[in-house]
Unconditional design. Structure first.
Lengths: 237, 599
């Protein structure tokens, strides 16, 4: 409850009137806590969602995934390795089927939200939150979404059959454009390599590590596709 | 053993007849008979056939030499045939494999008869390089091309496979058993093998150390052609600053120094690769005093990022990054090039490309921020871009305006990238597109004055395996001869004909045409049940044995194919540096350039 009040106060501070909302939803920094529970064993991760116009980044401890939404609706991914200050650039992948930008931009796919049942709407202006619910198969989804900023306030998936529970909780949000712009500029200064060029750079210790070990490890990232499944993301190892 | 038995029996009969003969002669002296029996070809007695003459006395007077009346036998075998009749050869000549091969032999003989062994007879030289196009890639692409045209595939010929001369090339670098594109292309265009990862410099260099570059620069065939007064051109579907194209015009201690932001501190004395491209004319004239060259006439490829400043204001219409340019020195090399060549044509998309006039004097096309698209993915390019064959045709149309001829280097740069991603679909389709580009060159040049060389810089760990039946889809699962269902391995699962020894391994991205879109998953180790997977789709990535983040080059020889003056030298197994000498012999590049320098 304390947390919710804090968040609401933060968001409210960006609006001049309660009924209006001047928050720039295209420039945001949102800190989340991801909690995974399986048979009473619990693990937590932190995730920061960054929005900078047509760019979105998911920053975690080791890796930052950044996506650029192109004019032709293609999505171009870049994967940054925070400690090494290196990045791998990918060709804009032709996103098959329904565009999944929303899953990156707001962490929960808009198509999943469309399938959910709206329970109620609380608050006004920037504080307006819509609460949704969906039961599909063995999964029960719950979502609270700040509607003006399309920002997830909380999201959870519970599977009683598998005794798993995953939750995503917003801890803090900022719309400091200068900080956001600076962070994206910092990432932009990282040395990057085309994914297609990795194979030709066996002598680069950083890339050789990728060639020899592979560089992706499955891990729930906290964002969800239209089937409500966690999209697998990366962890460097 | 049977033959010996017969001989003994015959001897016994002969003895008996001889013993009995004294009394019979008194009865009838005129009943001696001789009979000739024809021995069939292939018989045990005479492999080539013959005649067995049996003689004896017709003791019972029936007019027939009965077996018990034979007293002697004489076998005469035919000598081996010294000629065959048309009837005897019919089983061969009526066979299309036989007649087809015979026709090919005649064609080869004619090619040999018309070979031009004199040096300097090639007015034009075109070097095609399929990056990573090993022998297995050529074979599989040939089958795919044939199957795409509705045939069985195996008997199909890619355009460059019809060239009259071919051989093998040893690709290793001076310091590496399995090479990279930088060292191999340097060998091809300079005649000197060098270290892995360095561009246009010899082995007396330390990779990444700028200070070691000076004094170790090599001269390339493109530079020699330029000095000799020929038109020069450069095409690649990779970034035009990438290792293979860069080796024709740049000198760099590291292949990755594509723009100034890629260079480490302390390397200020060295010029980045993109800068060397736009300064090519000035640099060459500074290097060889007294020469007057006009610069590279046609440059087309990807890699715009290395020519533009790191400033969003310089972005192109099809930028895929928020800031397209990488240059941290503020230079815009595109505008610099336009200043140097005010009558030149700079293009960055399909529309601009289509508008290039055949009488254009200078062409600079940068069609993508990084590499150009895979041929199968080209339709997804933001602003549109030309194919390799379209660029080849345009380049020839522009370059052949020079009466002194031209030198053109064409690289299919993305065969290599698709293989690195473990995606045979794109590797093979880009190889087929390279074959189309070669066909364009064959159709648009005079074979009596144009040397065309087609080769690869290195191979990949790409295999064609199993015992699929004839015409089995090359990207499909192995279906054995006489069968309709896929063969099963020892693990009771089907397997594909083509695969990789290492790399990311299996992934099924369906209709995804971008081979690079496989990054979201870790390497897949072990076998995957492909029973319900369509392995012929663009997004299927073949299984791999050794899990690596990227599939690797391979170290075996690659093929080289050639036609035109000097092509007869392309035979046998040679070092990669030999190819420079073939081109030099054909067009007298060194001799003509030397004359210009000493004038």
């Amino acid at each position: 409850m304390k947390l919710a009040l804090f968040l609401m106060a933060t968001l409210a501070s960006t609006s001049t009137l309660a009924q209006q909302c001047n928050i720039d939803s295209a420039h945001l920094k949102a800190d989340y806590k991801i909690t995974n529970t399986h048979n009473h064993e619990q693990s937590t991760q932190s995730l920061t969602l960054w929005r900078n116009s047509s760019q979105v980044a998911h920053q975690r401890e080791v890796i930052t995934e950044l996506w650029q939404h192109l004019a032709n609706k293609q999505i171009r991914p870049i994967r940054y390795f925070n400690a090494e200050q290196r990045g791998i650039e990918y060709q804009p992948s032709e996103v098959r089927g329904i565009q999944n930008w929303s899953a990156k931009n707001q962490l929960v796919d808009a198509h999943l939200i469309e399938k959910m049942t709206l329970l109620n709407t609380q608050g006004t202006g920037c504080d307006e939150v819509k609460n949704y619910e969906l039961t599909e198969g063995d999964n029960q989804f719950k979502l609270a979404l700040f509607t003006k900023s399309n920002l997830v306030k909380s999201f959870s998936v519970t599977n009683n059959k598998n005794h798993t529970h995953t939750s995503l909780t917003l801890n803090d949000v900022s719309s400091n454009k200068a900080e956001i712009t600076a962070q994206f500029a910092k990432w932009d200064r990282f040395q990057t390599t085309d994914y297609a060029d990795i194979g030709d750079n066996e002598n680069d210790p950083f890339l050789a590590k990728m060639i020899n070990l592979g560089f992706i490890e499955h891990s729930a990232t906290g964002f969800y596709n239209q089937q409500g499944k966690a999209i697998q993301g990366g962890h460097h190892h | 053993m049977a033959a010996n038995m017969n001989k003994l029996t015959a001897l016994s009969l002969a003895v008996m007849v001889a013993l009995a003969g004294c009394s019979d002669n008194d009865k009838d002296e005129n009943n001696i008979l001789a009979v000739d029996n024809t021995i069939a070809v292939g018989s045990e007695q005479c492999v080539n056939g013959g005649v067995e003459t049996q003689t004896g006395v017709d003791t019972n007077g029936n007019g027939v030499l009965d077996s018990d009346e034979v007293s002697s036998s004489n076998l005469v075998c035919n000598a081996p045939a010294t000629s065959l009749t048309s009837e005897q050869l019919e089983s061969l000549t009526s066979n299309t494999w036989f007649s087809g091969a015979q026709a090919q032999l005649e064609k080869t003989q004619q090619a040999n008869a018309s070979v031009v062994t004199e040096s300097g007879k090639a007015k034009n030289v075109i070097l095609f390089v399929g990056d990573g196009m090993g022998i297995s890639t050529v074979t599989a692409a040939r089958i795919l091309a044939g199957q795409l045209e509705g045939g069985l595939g195996e008997d199909y010929q890619l355009s460059f496979e019809t060239l009259p001369y071919s051989g093998f090339v040893k690709t290793y670098n001076v310091d590496a058993q399995t090479p990279d594109s930088a060292g191999t292309m340097t060998a091809m265009v300079s005649g000197v093998k060098t270290d892995v990862g360095v561009i246009g410099v010899d082995e007396d260099i330390e990779r990444g150390d700028c200070s070691t570059a000076q004094g170790n620069e090599l001269v390339t065939s493109l530079e020699l052609a330029e000095i000799a007064g020929k038109a020069t051109g450069l095409i690649s579907t990779a970034r035009i600053t990438h290792a293979t194209p860069a080796a024709t015009y740049a000198k760099s201690a590291d292949r990755n120094w594509e723009d100034i932001s890629d260079m480490p501190a302390g390397s200020e004395a060295c010029e980045d690769i993109a800068s060397q491209l736009v300064n090519f004319e000035a640099n060459l004239e500074a290097r060889f005093a007294g020469i007057d060259v006009d610069g590279i006439d046609v440059v087309m490829g990807g890699g715009r990022r290395h020519f533009l400043p790191k400033d969003a204001a310089a972005n192109s219409a099809d930028a895929v990054s928020a800031v397209e340019g990488d240059r941290t020195d503020g230079r815009n090399l595109v505008t610099e090039w336009q200043t140097t060549y005010p009558s030149g044509t700079y293009v960055m998309d399909q529309t601009g490309f289509d508008a290039i006039s055949d009488d254009a004097t200078k062409v600079f096309g940068l069609f993508n921020e990084s590499h150009m698209q895979y041929e199968a993915d080209r339709a997804n390019d933001v602003a549109g871009e030309p194919s390799l064959s379209q660029m080849t045709e345009k380049a020839i149309n522009v370059l052949d305006n020079n009466d002194n001829g031209f030198f053109l280097s064409v690289e299919a740069g993305r065969i290599d990238h698709a293989h690195h991603a473990g995606n045979a679909f794109n590797a093979l389709n880009d190889t087929v597109e390279l074959a189309k580009a070669v066909k364009v060159a064959m159709d648009n040049t005079n074979p009596e004055e144009t040397l065309i060389v087609v080769t690869a810089d290195h191979s990949h760990v790409f295999t064609i395996a199993g015992y699929p039946k004839r015409g089995n889809p090359i990207l499909g699962k192995v279906v054995a001869v006489g069968e309709t269902e896929p063969s099963l391995a020892a693990d009771d699962m089907p397997y594909t004909t083509v695969g990789y020894t290492n790399g990311l391994g299996y992934r099924d991205l369906g209709d995804e045409t971008n081979a690079d879109a496989s990054y979201l998953a870790a390497p897949v180790t072990g076998r995957v049940d492909l029973s319900d997977v369509d392995t012929t789709t663009p997004g299927f990535h073949q299984e791999a044995l050794v899990p690596l983040g990227s599939e690797t080059h391979a170290g075996e020889d690659v093929g080289v194919y050639a036609m035109g003056p000097g092509a007869h030298l392309v035979t046998g197994t040679n070092e990669q540096s030999f190819l420079f000498h073939v081109m030099d012999f054909a067009a007298d590049l060194v001799k003509t350039a030397d004359e210009k320098v000493t004038q």
